[in-house]
Design a protein around this ligand. Structure first.
Ligand SMILES: [Zn+2]
Length: 285
């Protein structure tokens, strides 16, 4: 079974682990790493003849349009990660609508016209009960799917207070109506709860064997896995962030020096593709 590989294209200093110590106004003056790190990923994917979905932050697309063009030229799917990397439930509906529109416009400019963007992923998987209105905004902008749901942690206990998931959310692809699909990032149900083992810090923290077993288990349920990563997770040379609490630093940096090798092994073993391909039948229906 082909699984989905998704990459959220953003700078390391935009990660939520650092939001208490890095002011948004400082983003402009911090050393940019996203181009180099994304190119490292592109090379690794080319080596394995694998394509992925890249959810690009509008802030990045405005500053590095050639990077967006490079990703698309290599045959990958481009989606939107919004513009300013603000959690959905911290925005009003109108704020979100302009954030999304700005990101789509930046992507369209970078690609020289029609963007063909089908999908969106919210920063921090922040689609919760408090932000379900975002789905209507996605429809209004002609998007066909959302991948912002991580049905694990409605009270934020595992994620430093950051909430994900919403009540009644399932673990697998579901048609939301009016032409929109939800493709939740993968979780494994174990010991009475859902664990987000297939991406990010969990991918780096847990042994690769656990990730492999999780993917096999999801596939045994008849479903493709949806794995996610960020370019900064392949960057052992990220500049230190002064004042970052030890836990944030740990969550952001644990095993970054091993991510590339792990991903290479995972790609060599299994077939991965972009969401639009893995869920082509759903999107066509
Ligand atoms: Zn993000």
């Amino acid at each position: 079974m082909r699984n989905a590989l998704t990459i959220d294209v953003e700078e390391y200093f935009q990660a939520h682990a650092y939001e208490k110590v890095i002011d948004r106004r400082d983003w402009e003056r911090l050393p940019a790493r996203v181009v180099e790190n994304t190119r490292r990923l592109l090379a690794l994917l080319a080596e394995n003849r694998t394509h992925a979905t890249f959810f690009v932050l509008g802030w990045v697309a405005e500053r590095h349009p050639t990077l967006v063009a490079e990703i698309a030229a290599a045959g990958h799917e481009i989606g939107s990660h919004g513009h300013a990397h603000e959690l959905l439930y911290r925005q009003t509906r109108d704020e979100f609508a302009s954030d999304l529109a700005r990101s789509l416009a930046a992507i369209r400019r970078a690609l020289g016209g029609a963007d063909g963007v089908l999908g969106y992923r919210a920063p921090g998987f922040s689609l919760t009960d408090a932000s379900l209105w975002a789905l209507d905004v996605l429809r209004t902008h002609g998007l066909r799917y959302d991948s912002s749901l991580q049905p694990v942690d409605a009270n934020g206990a595992l994620r430093g207070g950051k909430r994900t998931g919403f009540s009644g959310a399932g673990r697998f692809a579901v048609r939301l109506g009016a032409g929109l699909w939800e493709f939740p990032v993968s979780t494994v149900h174990f010991a009475g709860r859902n664990w987000p083992v297939a991406g990010g810090g969990w991918f780096r923290l847990l042994p690769l064997a656990v990730t492999r077993r999780a993917i096999a288990r999801i596939n045994a349920e008849g479903q493709p896995a949806i794995v996610y990563l960020h370019p900064w997770e392949l960057d052992p040379d990220e500049p230190p962030v002064p004042g970052a609490p030890a836990l944030s630093r740990f969550r952001h940096r644990v095993n970054v020096d091993r991510t590339e090798a792990r991903l290479r092994l995972l790609l060599a073993e299994g077939e991965f593709g972009p969401l639009r391909q893995v869920f082509a039948a759903e999107l066509a229906s």
